[in-house]
Design a binder for this molecule. Structure first.
Ligand SMILES: Nc1ncnc2c1ncn2[C@@H]1O[C@H](COP(=O)(O)OP(=O)(O)OP(=O)(O)O)[C@@H](O)[C@H]1O
Length: 356
């Protein structure tokens, strides 16, 4: 998807009301067998909020921790630290051992692979009916259920007669729409979409992005949109957050962040987007070396020399540019440009460790 194709007109979300808030989220995976004490730090000190009717994109290279964040929030993985507040309620305290049905009806996840997420033995109708039945959203009669099924199909831009289709009879884009309809059946407030278009043909991606946009605009659904594709983040998301080595290093209104990236890592990501007007400076080998250094270090190596840690001290958030853009960066190297209006933020994270 190219920058040129995508415009970015969108209404502003109700950012006053928070739908989802993640505080100090951490996740380590044990590695090296039963008796090993080694672990991989997949997430560390992640603070993120999503307002009602807001779409936040989470971008970062492969292995930066994006899916782990979504899986922890969806309660498919148990976080090692932190809090997850849904509608102001700490869900890790409320449902201590596993996600409750109430939680599942508030938050749904749409996965990357529309081919693997639908059992080929069942018709489309089965998936939607099942969601309606589990969450008791199908109404009081068969007529109401049938009506709801048809409504769901219309909402996601599919014809009602496709309820009788098997997944193999549908295109990738149609299957992803069925997966979205299945999530919508439970009437969630929040959808976590983990690279929902990355396995689709470029020609149908825009349709799925537009569907997500429509769901935000018409139903006020909040979304975390995980992607590698910065152009689609710019097109769809109100705000974009950048993840590097398990930590958020920069966040802001998508247009501003992608036009004025302040963190060297974000600059590296932006430089990788094909742009005929600019010679690319993207170097995957350098990026891999930097990442390797960071994962093995207690501080961020993003000073350009992977063998030299930036600082063992924790970087704090700096506001970037106009405060209206809610743009911040965590990087020791950040220096506001003369007249660019960098500003110290009132609230600094207190529980996160070094990142950049
Ligand atoms: N079950 C697991 N066991 C051990 N390590 C894991 C596990 N799941 C993830 N990791 C590690 O956690 C880190 C973050 O992985 P994650 O899949 O969240 O990254 P990602 O940004 O979603 O990558 P991609 O874009 O490729 O999906 C990686 O180093 C990964 O190897």
């Amino acid at each position: 998807m190219s920058h040129a194709v995508l415009s970015s007109q969108r209404p502003s979300a109700d950012t006053e009301a928070t739908a989802l808030e993640v505080r100090g989220l951490g996740k380590s995976f044990p590695i090296g067998g039963l008796f090993s004490r080694e672990s991989v730090r997949a997430l560390h000190g992640v603070d993120l909020t999503i307002g009602r009717g807001e779409i936040v994109a989470l971008v970062g290279e492969s292995g930066s921790g994006k899916s782990t964040l979504a899986r922890c929030v969806a309660r498919l993985e148990k976080p090692s630290a932190g809090e997850i507040l849904l509608d102001g309620v700490d869900v890790l305290k409320r449902d201590r051992f596993q996600a409750s049905r109430a939680f599942r009806s508030q938050l749904q996840m749409v996965f990357q692979d529309p081919f693997g997420s639908l059992n080929p033995a069942h018709r489309v109708e089965h998936f939607l009916r099942r969601s309606l039945a589990i969450h008791r959203k199908g109404g009081n009669s068969e007529t109401e259920t049938q009506q709801r099924l048809e409504e769901l199909m219309t909402t996601v831009g599919l014809q009602a007669d496709m309820l009788n289709s098997y997944p193999h009879e549908l295109s990738g884009g149609q299957r992803q729409r069925v997966a979205i309809a299945r999530a919508l059946a439970v009437e969630p407030q929040v959808i976590l979409a983990d690279e929902p278009t990355s396995m689709l043909d470029v020609s149908v991606r825009i349709g799925v992005l537009n569907l997500m946009r429509k769901l935000r605009d018409e139903q006020g659904i909040s979304m975390l949109y995980i992607t590698h594709d910065l152009a689609s983040a710019r097109y769809l998301a109100d705000r974009t957050a950048v993840m590097f080595a398990g930590e958020l290093v920069e966040e802001g209104e998508s247009l501003d962040l992608l036009a004025n990236p302040a963190h060297p890592y974000t600059q590296l990501l932006v430089s990788a987007v094909p742009d005929p007007a600019r010679a690319g400076s993207y170097d995957p080998v350098r990026r891999a070396e930097l990442r390797q250094a960071v994962m093995a270090s207690t501080s961020c190596a993003f000073d350009g020399d992977p063998n030299q840690a930036c600082s063992a001290e924790e970087p704090v958030r700096h506001g970037v540019g106009d405060p209206e853009n809610r743009h911040w960066v965590r990087c020791h190297l950040y220096r506001p440009q003369a007249g660019a209006g960098g500003h110290a933020l009132a609230t600094e994270p207190t529980d996160s460790k070094p990142s950049a």
